[in-house]
Design a binder for this molecule. Structure first.
Ligand SMILES: [Zn+2]
Length: 393
């Protein structure tokens, strides 16, 4: 439609509530309202055309065009919702809740709720299996342990810390010249990749992956499987065996997160994946077409309660008992107030103390092992330094 060609025309057209209602009726029901309770197509307008009443004599229910959609029972007017849909679906790298709040003069909390409700509608409810040539790879999402605050690090350590402790694993599958699928794995175990690939990729496909063992096993169930060995710097073989398409999509996803959202919690990560997948798969549409498409399937709402409840993902991602408790190096009490002070340390090999030093610096000088490596081992960021374990005395 011509009035959603760009933002200027969108604002000009959707100047009042009635125009928004007429547009939504067109997008949702093709111009003829259907009762959401009994599916009857007999209706008449009430409340000056703002709502409808079912003409089926057994039903007689009143309804509006937003019932059952993310906009249902919202205090935010449709003249704000419609531009919000446009801004969210047209920005190539997404839009943050703070920016949306400033653009539409609503609070950041409202904007965050609006964005998450819109994301819910962008989720592809059902999509065909990927066929032909399909590239599969995984992406680890989550910051580095060394960049965390002391408090966050202490929480991690209480829950059996590992390298993947604060990471979420995202599996990306892309059909060359076709659709992308991004799914957040329930945990970071490589075994969880298997059902995700089987669920999304048709058995007639030829897989392209890196040389990881998990993929080699998965590949046995497909018509063909080719892999490139990244560990020997092999990225393309024979011109067509590569995973560059999925790596490219991951690059864009990473830049979206870093540039626009900065930090995404594991709890909401799957919604960000849905949004990115929607934008990536419809990248050849114009902004206006993508906006209208998003409003074509607006069934399904999301309540504030559902949005903010703990879905357990966060806890699942943190608790990763991969390192036995015995060698966990946690000294939260000892670490308190040690900044700038010298704390004696001991060097451990196979559980036996083989050396004691007045400070980390002294230990480094005596053993030739870098001070930073010893410090990391002491903080519990790494298991050992120079082949030894280290503890504060
Ligand atoms: Zn009805």
């Amino acid at each position: 439609m011509q009035y959603t060609k760009n933002l200027k025309e969108l604002i000009k057209h959707f100047s009042d509530e009635q125009k928004c209602i007429d547009f939504l009726v067109q997008q949702r029901w093709g111009g003829c309202p259907r009762c959401p309770y009994c599916n009857s197509d007999k209706w008449y307008r009430i409340e000056n055309g703002k709502r409808f009443k079912c003409a089926n004599k057994d039903c007689r229910k009143k309804y509006s065009v937003t019932v059952g959609t993310p906009m249902h029972a919202s205090n935010i007017p449709l003249t704000t919702w419609i531009p919000a849909f446009y801004l969210i679906t047209s920005r190539k790298k997404g839009i943050s809740s703070c920016q949306l709040a400033r653009d539409l003069s609503i609070s950041q909390k409202s904007a965050w709720f609006v964005i998450n409700r819109v994301r819910e509608t962008l989720r592809q409810k059902e999509s065909p299996l990927l066929k032909n040539t399909v590239e599969v790879d995984e992406l680890y999402h989550g910051g580095r342990i060394k960049n965390m605050s002391n408090k966050e690090r202490a929480t991690l350590k209480e829950n059996n810390f590992s390298v993947f402790a604060n990471k979420s694993m995202i599996i990306g599958m892309i059909e060359r010249g076709g659709n992308l699928k991004l799914e957040v794995a329930p945990d970071t175990n490589r075994g969880s990749i298997i059902p995700m690939v089987y669920r999304n990729v048709d058995k007639s496909a030829s897989l392209m992956t890196d040389g990881e063992g998990t993929y080699i096993n998965i590949g046995k169930n497909y018509v063909s499987h080719q892999s490139v060995n990244h560990s020997i710097d092999e990225y393309v073989r024979d011109g067509y065996i590569h995973t560059n398409t999925i790596e490219g999509a991951f690059g864009l996803f990473r830049r979206t997160i870093i540039g626009t959202y900065h930090k995404v919690s594991p709890k909401h990560l799957s919604r960000y994946c849905d949004e990115f997948q929607f934008r990536y798969n419809l990248r050849k549409m114009t902004d206006g077409q993508r906006f209208e498409f998003s409003l074509g399937s607006i069934e399904g709402k999301l309540s504030w309660k559902e949005l903010t409840k703990d879905n357990g993902l966060l806890a699942e991602t943190i608790i990763q008992p991969t390192i036995p408790k015995a060698i966990r190096l946690i000294h939260p009490e000892k670490r308190k107030g040690t900044r700038g002070k010298r704390t004696p340390v001991c060097q451990i090999l196979n559980g036996e103390v083989i050396g004691k030093y007045d400070s980390t610096i002294a230990a480094s000088e005596a053993t030739g092992i870098a001070k930073t490596s010893i410090s990391k081992a002491l903080r519990g960021e790494t298991v050992n330094a120079g082949g030894f374990q280290w503890k504060y005395l």
